[in-house]
Design a protein around this ligand. Structure first.
Ligand code: ADP
Ligand code: SF4
Ligand code: MG
Length: 450
């Protein structure tokens, strides 16, 4: 990435355009980025000697790939390590362990000069369009900076190219000389997008690109990203704290919990038959804009309590302190991320919509049984508004939305025992439709993370 003021140190003054490495772009569907065992532990230091007394295990062992031309959505509650992951794969942070490969090349420990060509190919869009633009620079300077930093002279000059980029993102090219404070939040995010696109990147990592914006503006910006992807053949990793933003634009979705991926699946599979209880929880915080399903609201449940601390994550399955299906094995043994169905990887001993992976272990943990309650109306309403607005803007009438509408409270093997889900499980046509089942969601209301 280029030019977040904070990261400016990473970039290096211009040299010649001769540094441009030409290489064949990966064909759509081929692996563009691959991450293996990725970790980032932030040390906690105390005392005069600044001795390390522990570590925040922000990212604690991720394995995934990003395919050329796709959008990978990454969701999870605040603090689960999404931004850290984004900064690791764009190499703005040095990993504690693990490997990052871009186009087959190991970039895990590349230094500044080794990273220079890559800084063109991999760009990041930040969450906060207020702090990510230097208030003392004009829009022209901000969007033109990547050219200067990389020593690239676009045809027709930087000014002309910046004006072209402004119109690409839907802004007036005449506003070249204005300052960030003269723009609204949505417009500033467009400026951030223009800056990210300046060098024609291959991979764009967008960290909650619309969380700070009003619902209607969120939809426009998501729509812009979607259009740009089609026009420019971009590959995206889009990070969000709930599913309402990514559901309409992702090809695959990774669900994170406390520094780990708990489920990674094709979008349609994830919506039709989520397998991890936490995914179901997140999912029911994304209500379906269909009046016929209003009644289903009462079956949704909220995960109680805060996310545990990443300094001392729970033993076994990290979600066991909040999972209504947790049993003894969940407390003692960490479930590996396994491909239980083609296109769907899950880390759970008792997955939904699938044969129980630890059927011998049936006694629910008491704490877990009490971990559910009704989800708040405001949380649902807010998420519904976002989802509906994004769907309208992106023109999404696609399967998942439909599937979700159809899927009435089904199944919920273990969930049947959770107090709030009992009525939900009465219906049911079994595993295949789960989705709305009942279990649900916590997660802070979407607006919380500004
Ligand atoms: N520079 C840092 N130093 C120490 N802890 C950090 C740092 N950056 C993030 N963390 C911690 O790592 C965890 C994950 O943070 P983050 O990646 O920002 O999560 P998310 O983006 O999902 O909200 C949090 O507990 C956060 O406090
Ligand atoms: S059932 Fe067990 S393994 Fe699965 S998410 Fe719940 S606590 Fe984790
Ligand atoms: Mg974040």
């Amino acid at each position: 990435m280029s030019e977040n003021p904070k990261d400016a140190a990473v970039t290096v003054p211009a040299q010649s355009t001769g540094t441009v490495v030409t290489k064949a772009d990966p064909a759509p569907g081929e692996t563009l980025l691959k991450v293996t065992g990725l970790q980032k532990h932030f040390p906690i230091k105390k005392g005069l000697l600044q001795r390390q007394v522990g570590a925040v295990r922000a990212v604690d062992g991720l394995d995934f790939e990003v395919r050329a031309g796709e959008t990978l959505g990454v969701v999870g509650e605040s603090g689960c390590g999404k931004s850290t992951m984004g900064r690791l794969i764009t190499r703005l942070l040095e990993p504690t362990a693990g490997k990052v490969e871009f186009e087959g090349k190991d970039i895990t420990h590349l230094g500044v000069s080794g990273m220079r060509p890559l800084r063109r190919d991999v760009q990041m869009i930040f969450q906060d369009p207020y702090s990510s633009l230097n208030p003392r620079h004009t829009i022209g300077t901000i969007i033109g900076a990547p050219f200067k930093l990389q020593g690239v002279e676009p045809e027709g000059g930087i000014k002309k190219e910046v004006q072209r980029l402004l119109s690409v993102v839907g802004l007036n090219p005449e506003h070249y000389n204005r300052y960030p404070h003269e723009f609204s939040g949505g417009q500033r995010q467009r400026i951030g997008i223009a800056r990210a696109l300046a060098l024609n990147p291959k991979l764009v990592v967008a960290d909650e690109p619309v969380s700070a914006l009003d619902v209607s503006i969120q939809a426009q910006v998501v729509n812009l990203l979607d259009d740009l992807q089609q026009e420019l053949g971009l590959t995206y990793v889009i990070i969000a704290h709930d599913l309402s933003v990514v559901r309409h634009v992702s090809d695959r979705i990774a669900v994170m919990y406390l520094g780990k991926i708990v489920e990674l699946a094709d979008r349609d599979l994830l919506y039709k038959t989520p397998m991890h209880p936490y995914t179901k929880a997140l999912m029911s915080a994304v209500p379906i804009p269909d009046p016929a399903r209003k009644a289903a609201k009462s079956e949704r449940i909220l995960l109680k309590g805060d996310v545990p601390s990443p300094i001392a994550p729970p033993s076994g399955c990290r979600f066991h302190t909040r999972c209504w299906k947790a049993t003894e094995i969940c407390r003692t043994t960490e479930p590996p991320l396994l491909e239980l169905r083609p296109g769907q990887q899950v880390a759970c001993h008792h997955p939904e919509n699938f044969a129980d992976q630890a059927p011998q272990d049936t006694v629910l943990l008491t704490d877990a049984k009490e971990a559910a309650e009704l989800v708040s109306e405001e949380a649902l309403a807010q998420s519904a508004a976002t989802s509906a607005a994004v769907a309208a803007e992106v023109g999404a009438t696609e399967e998942p939305a439909k599937a979700a509408t159809e899927a009435e409270p089904a199944e919920a093997s273990g969930a049947a025992e959770a107090p709030a889900t009992s009525e939900a499980s009465a219906t049911s046509e079994a595993s295949a439709t789960a989705e709305a089942s009942g279990t649900s969601a916590d997660e802070e209301p979407p607006a919380k993370e500004k």
